[in-house]
Design a protein around this ligand. Structure first.
Ligand code: G4P
Length: 296
């Protein structure tokens, strides 16, 4: 992610999205299914000004399938319509226009009752960087689209992209910022690769990823790295470091004197996690008292 978010950028991003809201019928809010809270803009309700909205849990192919369902239920419970999507392969993408029509049914029915022929539904995709906005636009368009940037002067060139007979979307997605004030959000976004590792300490990101994996996906973790003994207490830093060292030793991350290079071990863990080598993993549960269980 190249964007450094300062208050001025946030104000501009908010303004740019709100200008586009005037043009559309529905906003499509894209979240990363692995981190639905951390990939959500903290001010999204305020920014979208009550516009009808469809929530998409994208990258669902990388997330724990049971958690995808729990998150969908969570958003539905909050009064939203939510779809589970994999924009890379297109799974779930075909449901988007159908769901948008359902959300806007009342408005469409009124138009029909007045004898008007409903025009195509117009939509805008919004989400934080790297959540898959461009990929989804291309998928919906059914072709490779040149996504225009939101730089001054460029927005004027924005176009409607046809995605089926009666669904259109703007070629300029709305770029939102994540909730940076919370350090855990930063770690989770770094684990998924949404923000650059350099912003945070690699050892710390690796440590945090390892802690989550020990807590929630021990079986998969143990299988991948042939680990024998689970941590006695996942809140015990030394126990998590012990597991990281074991992974490091198994993968030959040794420094002079035989010490484990924790930075290298962190890189390996994060690379494997992002590549799906540790299975489908979700890092956040909708309710604190809802434990994320092992993927079988
Ligand atoms: P953005 O416009 O919101 O910034 O995101 P973009 O579409 O560029 O997608 C960011 C990365 O996420 C891309 O990977 C893209 O292929 C991947 N991606 C998007 N949707 C999905 C999905 O549903 N499933 C999976 N598995 N991946 C998805 P990339 O080109 O390899 O970029 P990067 O990973 O090197 O950043």
């Amino acid at each position: 992610m190249a964007i450094q978010w300062f208050p001025g950028h946030m104000t501009r991003a908010k303004r740019q999205i709100q200008e586009k809201l005037k043009l559309i019928d529905i906003a499509i809010e894209l979240l990363d299914a692995r981190v639905p809270i951390s990939s959500r803009n903290p001010m999204v309700d305020e920014i979208l000004l009550g516009k009808p909205r469809l929530i998409i849990l994208n990258k669902s192919d990388l997330a724990d399938p049971r958690m995808n369902e729990q998150w969908k239920q969570y958003f539905e419970h909050e009064g939203h319509t939510c779809a589970i999507v994999d924009s890379n392969t297109g799974t779930g993408v075909q449901s988007i226009s159908t769901l948008a029509k359902e959300i806007l049914k009342e408005k469409i029915d009124k138009q029909i009752a007045k004898g008007m022929r409903p025009r195509a539904i117009r939509s805008l995709i919004v989400g934080i960087p790297n959540v898959g906005k461009s990929t989804l636009i291309n998928r919906l368009a059914g072709r490779s689209v040149a996504i225009t940037g939101d730089k001054p002067g460029v927005t004027k060139g924005q176009q409607w992209i046809k995605a089926g007979a009666d669904f259109e979307l703007l070629d300029t997605p709305g770029i939102l910022w994540p909730k940076f004030e919370d350090q855990m959000v930063g770690y989770r976004l770094a684990i998924t690769g949404a923000i650059r590792e350099q912003i945070l300490n690699l050892d710390d990101i690796g440590y945090y990823a390892m802690k989550m994996l020990c807590q929630r996906y021990w079986t998969t973790l143990a299988e991948r790295y042939e680990l024998s003994e689970p941590p006695a207490d996942c809140e015990d830093n030394m126990e998590i470091v012990r597991i990281m060292e074991e992974v490091g030793r198994k993968r030959g991350c040794l420094m002079s004197g035989g010490r484990v290079d924790l930075e290298k071990a962190s890189s390996i863990i994060l690379r494997d996690l992002r590549a799906g080598k540790l299975g489908r993993i979700t890092l956040e549960a909708p309710y604190d008292d809802m434990p994320v269980r092992e993927v079988e």
